[in-house]
Design a protein around this ligand. Structure first.
Ligand code: NAP
Length: 309
C-alpha cells in the first residue's frame, strides 16, 4: 500500500514527489508514456526562475527527478490502464498489476493536438512532426522549405528553432496576428527566414501517394482561395489536449477534458488531487505546473494527517 501515488512525471509530478518525499510519505511516481513530460521535448527554457541563462528542458526535468529521488521518491515506468476511485484505498492497474494508494495525485499533463486533415497521420514520421526539437535536425529537413502550423508560443518556438536547419520557414496561422507572447512574436517577426502565411489553414498534407511530405494544401479563410505550398516538413504546434481519458466517469472534468479541482487541488473524489496541465487550460507554464504540484502535495499530506494515516 502506498500513501501517495503520483501519476505523471512532468513538472507537476516531480514537484509533488519532492514535497511528499520530504514529508516522509515515500511517494511512487508512475512515469507514463513520456517520462519527464512535454518539457523534455523543448529546447531552452528561458522562463523558469533560477536559470538566468536558460536551461535545457530535458536537463531541467532530470534535475527535478534527481531532487525528488534524493529524498526517497520512487519511480515506476508503468502505464496506468485503469483506476478505481470508488473506494479507498484507491486501486490503480499498471501494466496488468494492481497498486493500492491512500491518496493519488493526477499529474498526467497534456498531449499535442492534431490537425485531423488528410495525410497528417499517414505521413507522421515521414515529414509530419509535433516536435521541432526532437526532429528538426533530421537530414530530410536540412536546407528545405518547412511549414510550422499555429500562432502560439509553441509555434513561434518551433519556427525559431527550425531556422537553424531549414532554408525558409512558413508559419501558417489561421488569423492575422499571433497569439504568442510579445517577446516570442517579436523574435519571429524580426527573423528574415520566417515567413508568416496569415488567415490560412492546412486542409491536406501532401503527398500520401509518394509516402513523404512534399507540401501542404492551404485555404485562405478570408478569400477561400486554395493553394499548394511546397515543403519537406510540417511541424504542427496548435496546442494541447489533457491526458485524462482514463479518469472519465470517475473524476469531474470540463467539456474539453480538463479536470476541475473542487477545493484547493482536491478533485470531486476526496483523496484524489490534481496538478499541472491536465487541470489548467489558462496558464500552462512549467512554473505554474510545478506550483500546483507543490500545492497538491501539501493537500495530500494534510488529507492524510487529518486521518492520522
Ligand atoms: P496555444 O497558446 O493554445 O496556441 C495554439 C495556437 O494554435 C493558436 O494560435 C491557435 O489559433 C492555433 N490553433 C489551435 N487549433 C488549431 C487548428 N485546429 N488549426 C489551426 N490552428 C489552430 O498553445 P501553445 O502555443 O502550445 O502554448 C500553450 C501554452 O504554453 C501557452 O500558455 C504558452 O504561453 C506556453 N508556452 C510558452 C513557451 C515559452 O514561453 N517559451 C513556449 C511554448 C509554450 P488561435 O490563435 O486562432 O486560437
Amino acid at each position: 500500500m502506498h500513501k501517495v501515488v503520483i501519476i505523471g512525471s512532468g513538472c507537476a509530478g516531480w514537484t509533488a514527489a519532492l514535497y511528499t518525499a520530504r514529508a516522509n510519505l515515500q511517494p511512487l511516481v508512475l512515469m507514463g508514456a513520456q517520462p519527464g513530460g512535454l518539457l523534455t521535448t523543448t529546447s531552452i527554457v528561458e522562463n523558469f526562475p533560477g536559470f538566468p541563462e536558460g536551461v535545457d528542458g530535458f536537463e531541467l526535468m532530470s534535475r527535478m527527478q534527481k531532487q525528488a529521488e534524493r529524498f526517497g521518491a520512487k519511480k515506476s515506468f508503468g502505464m496506468v490502464e485503469k483506476v478505481d476511485f470508488s473506494k479507498r484505498p484507491f486501486e490503480l492497474t499498471v501494466d496488468g498489476e494492481n497498486i493500492l494508494a491512500e491518496t493519488v495525485i493526477i499529474a498526467t499533463g497534456a498531449s499535442h493536438k492534431h490537425l485531423d486533415v488528410p495525410g497528417e497521420t499517414l505521413l507522421e514520421t515521414k515529414g509530419v512532426t509535433y516536435c521541432a526539437t526532437c526532429d528538426g535536425a533530421l537530414p530530410i529537413f536540412r536546407n528545405q522549405s518547412l511549414v510550422v502550423v499555429g500562432g502560439g508560443d509553441s509555434a513561434c518556438e518551433e519556427a525559431l528553432y527550425l531556422t537553424r536547419f531549414g532554408k525558409e520557414i512558413f508559419l501558417v496561422h489561421r488569423r492575422d496576428s499571433l497569439r504568442a507572447s510579445k517577446i516570442m512574436a517579436e523574435r519571429v517577426h524580426a527573423h528574415k527566414t520566417i515567413k508568416p502565411v496569415w488567415d490560412s489553414v492546412v486542409t491536406e498534407v501532401l503527398d500520401a501517394k509518394q509516402d513523404k511530405v512534399t507540401g501542404v494544401r492551404l485555404k485562405n479563410l478570408k478569400t477561400n482561395a486554395e493553394s499548394v505550398l511546397s515543403c519537406a516538413g510540417v511541424f504542427i504546434a496548435i496546442g494541447h489536449s489533457p491526458n485524462t481519458g482514463i479518469f472519465k466517469g470517475q473524476i469531474e472534468m470540463d467539456a474539453n477534458g480538463f479536470i476541475v479541482p473542487k477545493k484547493g487541488t482536491m478533485t470531486n473524489v476526496p483523496g484524489v488531487f490534481v496538478a499541472g496541465d491536465c487541470a489548467d487550460h489558462v496558464y500552462r507554464q512549467a512554473i505554474t505546473a510545478a506550483g500546483m504540484g507543490c500545492a497538491a502535495a501539501i493537500d495530500a499530506e494534510r488529507f492524510l494527517a487529518a486521518r492520522n494515516e
